[in-house]
Design a protein around this ligand. Structure first.
Ligand SMILES: NC(=O)CC[C@H](N)C(=O)O
Length: 362
């Protein structure tokens, strides 16, 4: 008889599916992503640490998996980090046969090689509707043995995914950016390095004020932003200075917390590549890539800060900016990967601000 595997929710709902990837049990927070492409990038996005990812695109696996070891300029060429970060993957139709010019293996084989279970043959749109109505919930994938539920949002996930030592890219360039790695996606490094700056990637709790640098970047990352206390404290010190600061996703939340704002958990988060955001004060809308479960409460922002972008689906805060200093942060992903590149120009604006700062302080 063919093996089965179950997705079990905290409220008791059990959904039986077919296994692919590793035949093993796991637990985490169940979240859904409605993007039509980008499963390789999503699976390796460190912000998904501790989560069981349900992808609602009807067919997953059809373009295979590229070489996850291939490197360009010291970062993985095709992936967003050096390993699969999700705890498990849940999909509707699994395409075991793949066809794509850069694919080297099947999705199932890749999951298996990293001991990550997959469930297919389930109604992922029903799961998305359930999570939208009830909110994010814990869940588990049960193969041969049962496991306990696990809430990743109580753990310091950032410490698990951050680099352990300082890494420099493009060493010797004129402009130096400190990148605080809370679980950075590779495309953020690519977006900075391709603009000709030196990137000094430091661990999440590193005291970067000991370094010689011109601009500060705070990365994306997993879990509850309020747990990142050392990072928030360091950013609090930086906010007193004049160096340009740019933050993405968790970075937006950490800068906001350091400034004195608060964050809260959204009912089910934003995870897709078609989230519309409005640039406040204009009628301009950008389509953005997103993956987050928490948000900044902009109903009471600290003195000197205003809302930068607003989500046009639910009106939540999509970033803040300082009224007079070159400090701005966004909840969405301007580096995309996968997803729309409408807002990649924000990297150019950041580097321009850093150059201005550097020449004014030369
Ligand atoms: N992609 C991210 O940086 C996510 C930030 C945070 N962990 C959240 O879920 O809101």
């Amino acid at each position: 008889m063919d093996k089965t595997i179950k997705l079990v929710f905290q409220d008791g709902l059990e959904i039986e599916g077919k296994p692919f990837g590793a035949y093993t049990s796991t637990a985490g927070e169940v979240v859904f992503n409605t993007a039509m492409v980008g499963y390789n990038e999503s699976l390796t996005d460190p912000s998904y640490k501790g989560q069981i990812l349900v992808m609602t695109a009807p067919m997953i696996g059809n373009y295979g998996v590229p070489d996850d070891k291939a490197m360009i300029d010291s970062v993985e060429e095709w992936m967003e980090s050096n390993q699969i970060q999700v705890k498990g993957l849940v999909i509707s139709y699994y395409a075991d046969d793949y066809s794509h010019w850069n694919a080297v293996q099947k999705l199932g084989a890749w999951l298996k090689s990293q001991n990550i279970p997959g469930v297919y043959g389930v109604d992922t749109r029903m799961i998305a509707k359930k999570l939208r109505e009830q909110g994010s919930t814990l869940g588990k994938i049960v193969a041969d043995t049962d496991v306990d539920f696990y809430n990743p949002n109580l753990d310091n996930l950032v410490a698990q995914v951050s680099c352990k030592e300082v890494i420099r890219y493009n060493e010797g360039a004129d402009i130096r950016i400190v990148l605080v790695d809370c679980g950075v996606k590779n495309n953020i490094i690519r977006c900075l390095v391709s603009r000709g700056v030196e990137v000094i990637r430091v661990p999440w709790d590193y005291n970067y004020e000991t370094l010689d640098y011109d601009g500060l970047f705070i990365s994306n990352g997993p879990g509850d932003p309020a747990l990142c206390v050392p990072t928030i404290n360091h950013i609090g010190e930086s906010l007193k200075g004049d160096k340009p600061i740019f933050g993405i996703c968790l970075g937006n939340q950490l800068v906001s917390l350091a400034a004195g704002a608060s964050t809260y958990k959204l009912k089910y988060g934003h995870r897709s590549h078609n989230q519309p955001v409005q640039l406040v004060g204009t009628k301009r809308c950008f389509i953005t890539s997103q993956n987050h479960g928490y948000a900044v409460d902009d109903s009471k922002l600290p003195e000197g800060f205003t809302t930068f972008f607003t989500n046009l689906n639910d009106g939540t805060c999509e970033g803040i900016r300082h009224e007079s200093k070159p400090i701005f942060t966004v909840q969405f992903h301007p580096e995309a990967m996968g997803g729309s590149i409408d807002t990649e120009y924000l990297f150019d604006e950041f580097i321009e601000e850093v150059k201005k700062y550097k020449s004014a302080n030369a």
